[in-house]
Design a protein around this ligand. Structure first.
Ligand code: HEC
Ligand code: HEC
Length: 254
Protein backbone atom coordinates (compact mmCIF):
# COMPACT_ATOMS: atom_id res chain seq x y z
CA UNK A 1 0.00 0.00 0.00
CA UNK A 2 1.44 3.37 -0.99
CA UNK A 3 1.86 5.99 1.74
CA UNK A 4 -1.29 8.02 2.14
CA UNK A 5 -0.73 11.69 1.52
CA UNK A 6 -3.97 13.43 0.60
CA UNK A 7 -2.89 16.28 -1.64
CA UNK A 8 -5.01 19.26 -0.72
CA UNK A 9 -8.35 18.04 0.52
CA UNK A 10 -11.02 20.62 1.19
CA UNK A 11 -10.43 22.13 4.58
CA UNK A 12 -14.07 22.41 5.52
CA UNK A 13 -15.83 19.41 4.02
CA UNK A 14 -16.59 16.58 6.39
CA UNK A 15 -18.63 13.41 6.09
CA UNK A 16 -21.55 12.36 8.27
CA UNK A 17 -19.18 11.24 11.02
CA UNK A 18 -17.47 14.60 11.03
CA UNK A 19 -14.38 13.07 9.48
CA UNK A 20 -12.11 15.17 7.31
CA UNK A 21 -11.10 13.72 3.94
CA UNK A 22 -7.72 12.41 5.10
CA UNK A 23 -9.38 10.56 7.97
CA UNK A 24 -11.74 8.90 5.51
CA UNK A 25 -8.89 7.67 3.39
CA UNK A 26 -7.23 6.25 6.49
CA UNK A 27 -10.36 4.49 7.63
CA UNK A 28 -10.95 3.14 4.13
CA UNK A 29 -7.66 1.37 4.12
CA UNK A 30 -8.43 -0.20 7.50
CA UNK A 31 -12.05 -1.22 7.17
CA UNK A 32 -12.78 -1.77 3.53
CA UNK A 33 -15.15 -4.62 4.35
CA UNK A 34 -17.57 -2.56 6.39
CA UNK A 35 -18.04 0.38 4.15
CA UNK A 36 -20.54 -1.07 1.68
CA UNK A 37 -22.80 -2.77 4.20
CA UNK A 38 -26.13 -1.06 4.76
CA UNK A 39 -26.85 -0.51 8.45
CA UNK A 40 -29.51 -3.21 8.49
CA UNK A 41 -26.99 -5.88 7.59
CA UNK A 42 -24.31 -4.83 10.03
CA UNK A 43 -24.23 -6.64 13.31
CA UNK A 44 -22.89 -6.12 16.79
CA UNK A 45 -22.08 -2.91 18.56
CA UNK A 46 -20.41 -1.31 15.55
CA UNK A 47 -23.53 -1.98 13.52
CA UNK A 48 -25.78 -0.34 16.09
CA UNK A 49 -23.55 2.68 16.33
CA UNK A 50 -23.58 2.92 12.58
CA UNK A 51 -27.38 2.70 12.45
CA UNK A 52 -27.67 5.40 15.09
CA UNK A 53 -25.28 7.66 13.24
CA UNK A 54 -27.40 7.10 10.16
CA UNK A 55 -30.60 8.18 11.91
CA UNK A 56 -29.02 11.18 13.56
CA UNK A 57 -27.38 12.60 10.51
CA UNK A 58 -29.65 11.70 7.61
CA UNK A 59 -30.72 15.30 7.26
CA UNK A 60 -27.24 16.40 6.24
CA UNK A 61 -27.19 14.12 3.28
CA UNK A 62 -30.26 15.04 1.31
CA UNK A 63 -29.18 15.69 -2.24
CA UNK A 64 -32.38 16.34 -4.19
CA UNK A 65 -31.07 15.26 -7.59
CA UNK A 66 -29.86 11.94 -6.21
CA UNK A 67 -33.30 10.42 -6.38
CA UNK A 68 -33.49 10.82 -10.13
CA UNK A 69 -30.28 8.85 -10.65
CA UNK A 70 -30.60 5.57 -12.51
CA UNK A 71 -27.73 4.15 -10.43
CA UNK A 72 -28.34 1.42 -7.89
CA UNK A 73 -26.73 3.75 -5.34
CA UNK A 74 -28.23 6.76 -3.63
CA UNK A 75 -26.80 9.62 -1.59
CA UNK A 76 -27.05 7.51 1.59
CA UNK A 77 -24.98 4.63 0.37
CA UNK A 78 -21.74 4.24 2.30
CA UNK A 79 -19.68 4.33 -0.87
CA UNK A 80 -21.24 7.55 -2.12
CA UNK A 81 -20.84 9.18 1.30
CA UNK A 82 -17.14 8.43 1.19
CA UNK A 83 -16.70 10.12 -2.16
CA UNK A 84 -18.98 13.00 -1.17
CA UNK A 85 -16.61 14.03 1.62
CA UNK A 86 -14.22 15.29 -1.04
CA UNK A 87 -16.21 15.52 -4.28
CA UNK A 88 -19.43 16.84 -2.71
CA UNK A 89 -22.75 14.97 -2.33
CA UNK A 90 -23.72 15.76 -5.90
CA UNK A 91 -20.22 15.49 -7.32
CA UNK A 92 -19.75 19.24 -7.63
CA UNK A 93 -16.01 19.15 -6.87
CA UNK A 94 -13.99 21.66 -4.89
CA UNK A 95 -11.85 24.52 -6.10
CA UNK A 96 -10.00 24.77 -2.81
CA UNK A 97 -8.87 21.17 -2.91
CA UNK A 98 -8.33 20.85 -6.67
CA UNK A 99 -10.96 18.13 -6.53
CA UNK A 100 -12.64 17.46 -9.85
CA UNK A 101 -16.29 17.79 -10.61
CA UNK A 102 -17.82 14.37 -11.30
CA UNK A 103 -21.40 15.53 -11.93
CA UNK A 104 -22.41 15.26 -15.57
CA UNK A 105 -19.20 13.50 -16.62
CA UNK A 106 -19.41 10.55 -19.03
CA UNK A 107 -20.15 7.33 -17.10
CA UNK A 108 -17.57 5.18 -18.88
CA UNK A 109 -14.91 7.86 -18.54
CA UNK A 110 -15.49 7.96 -14.75
CA UNK A 111 -15.47 4.17 -14.42
CA UNK A 112 -12.30 3.94 -16.49
CA UNK A 113 -10.59 6.64 -14.42
CA UNK A 114 -11.39 4.67 -11.25
CA UNK A 115 -9.97 1.46 -12.70
CA UNK A 116 -6.80 3.31 -13.71
CA UNK A 117 -6.37 4.59 -10.15
CA UNK A 118 -6.92 1.07 -8.81
CA UNK A 119 -4.45 -0.46 -11.25
CA UNK A 120 -1.92 2.30 -10.62
CA UNK A 121 -1.85 3.45 -14.25
CA UNK A 122 -3.09 6.92 -13.26
CA UNK A 123 -1.14 8.57 -10.48
CA UNK A 124 -2.82 10.09 -7.43
CA UNK A 125 -1.91 9.03 -3.88
CA UNK A 126 -5.39 9.96 -2.66
CA UNK A 127 -7.43 8.30 -5.39
CA UNK A 128 -5.23 5.24 -5.57
CA UNK A 129 -5.92 4.45 -1.94
CA UNK A 130 -9.62 5.24 -2.36
CA UNK A 131 -9.97 2.96 -5.41
CA UNK A 132 -7.78 0.23 -3.97
CA UNK A 133 -10.67 -1.90 -2.69
CA UNK A 134 -13.39 -1.04 -5.19
CA UNK A 135 -14.80 -3.86 -7.29
CA UNK A 136 -15.65 -3.41 -10.97
CA UNK A 137 -19.34 -3.22 -10.12
CA UNK A 138 -18.71 -0.65 -7.34
CA UNK A 139 -16.90 1.48 -9.91
CA UNK A 140 -19.63 1.19 -12.44
CA UNK A 141 -22.37 2.04 -9.97
CA UNK A 142 -20.43 5.00 -8.59
CA UNK A 143 -19.77 6.24 -12.10
CA UNK A 144 -23.47 6.00 -12.95
CA UNK A 145 -24.44 7.76 -9.78
CA UNK A 146 -22.11 10.74 -10.24
CA UNK A 147 -22.62 11.03 -14.00
CA UNK A 148 -26.35 11.49 -13.36
CA UNK A 149 -25.93 14.39 -10.90
CA UNK A 150 -26.75 17.96 -11.88
CA UNK A 151 -25.13 20.09 -9.25
CA UNK A 152 -24.62 23.82 -9.75
CA UNK A 153 -21.19 25.14 -10.64
CA UNK A 154 -18.75 25.30 -7.73
CA UNK A 155 -17.77 28.93 -7.23
CA UNK A 156 -14.09 29.66 -6.73
CA UNK A 157 -13.26 31.86 -3.73
CA UNK A 158 -11.80 34.39 -6.16
CA UNK A 159 -13.44 34.87 -9.56
CA UNK A 160 -10.93 34.64 -12.42
CA UNK A 161 -9.97 37.84 -14.25
CA UNK A 162 -12.01 38.73 -17.33
CA UNK A 163 -8.92 38.96 -19.57
CA UNK A 164 -7.82 35.48 -18.52
CA UNK A 165 -11.26 34.06 -19.21
CA UNK A 166 -11.28 35.69 -22.65
CA UNK A 167 -7.83 34.28 -23.53
CA UNK A 168 -9.03 30.86 -22.42
CA UNK A 169 -12.17 31.13 -24.51
CA UNK A 170 -10.16 31.90 -27.65
CA UNK A 171 -7.85 28.97 -27.01
CA UNK A 172 -10.75 26.61 -26.39
CA UNK A 173 -12.70 27.69 -29.47
CA UNK A 174 -9.93 28.49 -31.94
CA UNK A 175 -6.70 27.05 -30.60
CA UNK A 176 -3.36 28.79 -31.09
CA UNK A 177 -2.37 28.58 -34.73
CA UNK A 178 -0.30 25.53 -35.55
CA UNK A 179 0.78 25.04 -31.92
CA UNK A 180 -2.27 24.13 -29.89
CA UNK A 181 -5.43 22.57 -31.33
CA UNK A 182 -8.77 24.04 -30.27
CA UNK A 183 -9.90 22.27 -27.11
CA UNK A 184 -13.50 22.11 -28.28
CA UNK A 185 -12.40 20.35 -31.48
CA UNK A 186 -12.06 17.19 -29.39
CA UNK A 187 -13.98 17.99 -26.19
CA UNK A 188 -17.03 19.30 -28.13
CA UNK A 189 -18.69 22.73 -28.09
CA UNK A 190 -18.80 24.18 -24.60
CA UNK A 191 -16.37 21.47 -23.43
CA UNK A 192 -19.34 19.19 -22.88
CA UNK A 193 -17.36 16.10 -23.82
CA UNK A 194 -17.77 13.50 -26.54
CA UNK A 195 -18.24 9.89 -25.52
CA UNK A 196 -15.97 7.97 -23.19
CA UNK A 197 -12.76 9.06 -24.91
CA UNK A 198 -13.12 12.85 -24.72
CA UNK A 199 -14.19 13.82 -21.20
CA UNK A 200 -16.22 16.89 -20.39
CA UNK A 201 -13.81 19.63 -19.34
CA UNK A 202 -16.50 22.22 -18.53
CA UNK A 203 -17.04 23.34 -14.95
CA UNK A 204 -13.83 21.88 -13.55
CA UNK A 205 -12.11 23.87 -10.80
CA UNK A 206 -9.31 25.88 -12.46
CA UNK A 207 -6.61 24.34 -10.28
CA UNK A 208 -7.70 20.82 -11.17
CA UNK A 209 -7.51 21.58 -14.92
CA UNK A 210 -4.08 23.18 -14.49
CA UNK A 211 -2.77 20.25 -12.45
CA UNK A 212 -4.03 17.74 -15.01
CA UNK A 213 -2.45 19.66 -17.88
CA UNK A 214 0.87 19.80 -16.05
CA UNK A 215 0.59 16.08 -15.42
CA UNK A 216 0.08 15.44 -19.17
CA UNK A 217 3.10 17.64 -19.87
CA UNK A 218 5.21 15.65 -17.44
CA UNK A 219 4.15 12.47 -19.20
CA UNK A 220 5.14 13.97 -22.57
CA UNK A 221 8.67 14.50 -21.25
CA UNK A 222 9.04 10.76 -20.70
CA UNK A 223 8.65 9.92 -24.36
CA UNK A 224 7.24 11.14 -27.66
CA UNK A 225 3.50 11.67 -27.25
CA UNK A 226 1.29 10.07 -29.87
CA UNK A 227 -0.28 12.72 -32.12
CA UNK A 228 -3.92 13.43 -31.32
CA UNK A 229 -3.59 12.56 -27.62
CA UNK A 230 -4.05 14.94 -24.72
CA UNK A 231 -0.39 14.44 -23.85
CA UNK A 232 0.60 15.77 -27.28
CA UNK A 233 -1.75 18.75 -26.97
CA UNK A 234 -0.56 19.65 -23.46
CA UNK A 235 3.09 19.36 -24.47
CA UNK A 236 2.63 22.41 -26.71
CA UNK A 237 0.91 24.59 -24.13
CA UNK A 238 2.58 27.46 -22.27
CA UNK A 239 1.95 28.07 -18.57
CA UNK A 240 -0.08 31.16 -19.47
CA UNK A 241 -2.30 29.11 -21.77
CA UNK A 242 -2.80 26.50 -19.07
CA UNK A 243 -3.86 29.16 -16.61
CA UNK A 244 -6.21 30.75 -19.14
CA UNK A 245 -7.79 27.43 -20.11
CA UNK A 246 -8.36 26.57 -16.43
CA UNK A 247 -9.96 29.95 -15.74
CA UNK A 248 -12.29 29.84 -18.73
CA UNK A 249 -13.38 26.21 -18.33
CA UNK A 250 -14.21 26.80 -14.66
CA UNK A 251 -16.91 29.26 -15.74
CA UNK A 252 -18.77 26.82 -18.02
CA UNK A 253 -21.59 24.71 -16.69
CA UNK A 254 -22.16 21.14 -17.74
C1 HEC B 1 -9.74 12.38 0.18
C2 HEC B 1 -10.41 13.05 -0.92
C3 HEC B 1 -11.07 12.16 -1.97
C4 HEC B 1 -11.96 11.13 -1.77
C5 HEC B 1 -12.49 10.55 -0.46
C6 HEC B 1 -12.36 10.69 -3.10
N1 HEC B 1 -11.71 11.43 -4.06
FE1 HEC B 1 -11.84 11.15 -6.08
N2 HEC B 1 -10.40 12.57 -6.38
C7 HEC B 1 -9.77 13.28 -5.39
C8 HEC B 1 -8.72 14.10 -5.98
C9 HEC B 1 -7.78 15.06 -5.25
C10 HEC B 1 -8.73 13.83 -7.38
C11 HEC B 1 -7.81 14.39 -8.45
C12 HEC B 1 -6.74 13.35 -8.72
C13 HEC B 1 -5.80 13.72 -9.83
O1 HEC B 1 -6.23 13.83 -10.98
O2 HEC B 1 -4.61 13.89 -9.54
C14 HEC B 1 -9.81 12.86 -7.59
C15 HEC B 1 -10.15 12.35 -8.83
C16 HEC B 1 -11.20 11.49 -9.07
C17 HEC B 1 -11.64 11.05 -10.38
C18 HEC B 1 -11.06 11.45 -11.73
C19 HEC B 1 -11.96 12.53 -12.33
C20 HEC B 1 -11.47 13.12 -13.61
O3 HEC B 1 -12.24 13.89 -14.21
O4 HEC B 1 -10.36 12.89 -14.05
C21 HEC B 1 -12.71 10.22 -10.19
C22 HEC B 1 -13.51 9.49 -11.25
C23 HEC B 1 -12.94 10.14 -8.75
N3 HEC B 1 -12.01 10.93 -8.10
C24 HEC B 1 -13.96 9.42 -8.16
C25 HEC B 1 -14.08 9.22 -6.78
C26 HEC B 1 -15.02 8.30 -6.18
C27 HEC B 1 -16.05 7.49 -6.95
C28 HEC B 1 -14.81 8.34 -4.83
C29 HEC B 1 -15.48 7.51 -3.76
C30 HEC B 1 -15.32 6.07 -3.87
C31 HEC B 1 -13.75 9.32 -4.59
N4 HEC B 1 -13.33 9.82 -5.80
C32 HEC B 1 -13.27 9.66 -3.33
C33 HEC B 1 -10.08 13.26 -4.04
C34 HEC B 1 -10.91 12.32 -3.42
C1 HEC C 1 -6.81 15.90 -30.21
C2 HEC C 1 -7.90 15.85 -29.27
C3 HEC C 1 -7.81 16.75 -28.04
C4 HEC C 1 -7.64 18.12 -28.02
C5 HEC C 1 -7.46 19.07 -29.19
C6 HEC C 1 -7.69 18.50 -26.61
N1 HEC C 1 -7.90 17.39 -25.83
FE1 HEC C 1 -8.02 17.37 -23.79
N2 HEC C 1 -8.21 15.35 -23.80
C7 HEC C 1 -8.20 14.55 -24.94
C8 HEC C 1 -8.30 13.16 -24.54
C9 HEC C 1 -8.32 11.94 -25.46
C10 HEC C 1 -8.37 13.16 -23.12
C11 HEC C 1 -8.45 11.94 -22.18
C12 HEC C 1 -7.05 11.58 -21.78
C13 HEC C 1 -6.97 10.53 -20.72
O1 HEC C 1 -8.00 10.17 -20.14
O2 HEC C 1 -5.83 10.10 -20.46
C14 HEC C 1 -8.31 14.55 -22.70
C15 HEC C 1 -8.33 14.95 -21.36
C16 HEC C 1 -8.28 16.26 -20.95
C17 HEC C 1 -8.32 16.68 -19.57
C18 HEC C 1 -8.47 15.79 -18.34
C19 HEC C 1 -9.93 15.77 -17.96
C20 HEC C 1 -10.23 15.00 -16.70
O3 HEC C 1 -11.40 15.07 -16.25
O4 HEC C 1 -9.37 14.33 -16.14
C21 HEC C 1 -8.23 18.05 -19.58
C22 HEC C 1 -8.25 18.97 -18.36
C23 HEC C 1 -8.15 18.47 -20.96
N3 HEC C 1 -8.19 17.37 -21.77
C24 HEC C 1 -8.06 19.79 -21.35
C25 HEC C 1 -7.89 20.20 -22.66
C26 HEC C 1 -7.67 21.58 -23.06
C27 HEC C 1 -7.61 22.75 -22.09
C28 HEC C 1 -7.53 21.58 -24.40
C29 HEC C 1 -7.23 22.76 -25.32
C30 HEC C 1 -6.03 23.51 -25.04
C31 HEC C 1 -7.66 20.21 -24.86
N4 HEC C 1 -7.89 19.40 -23.77
C32 HEC C 1 -7.57 19.80 -26.17
C33 HEC C 1 -8.12 14.99 -26.24
C34 HEC C 1 -7.95 16.30 -26.65
Amino acid sequence: MPPIAPAKPSATRRDRYGRAPHQIVESLSHSSQQRTKPASQSCGVAGKAFALALMLTDAFLTAPSAFAAPSALDAHDGLVVTCAACHGAAGEGSSTGAIPRLAGQNTDYLAHALSMFRDGTRASPVMQSVAHNLSDSDMHELAEYFAAQHSPLEQAAQAPQAALIEAGRRLAELGDGANVAACFGCHAIGGKGNGARFPSIAGQPAIFTAERLHEFQARAKNGAAKPGTMTAVAAQMTDAQIEAAGAYLSTLSR
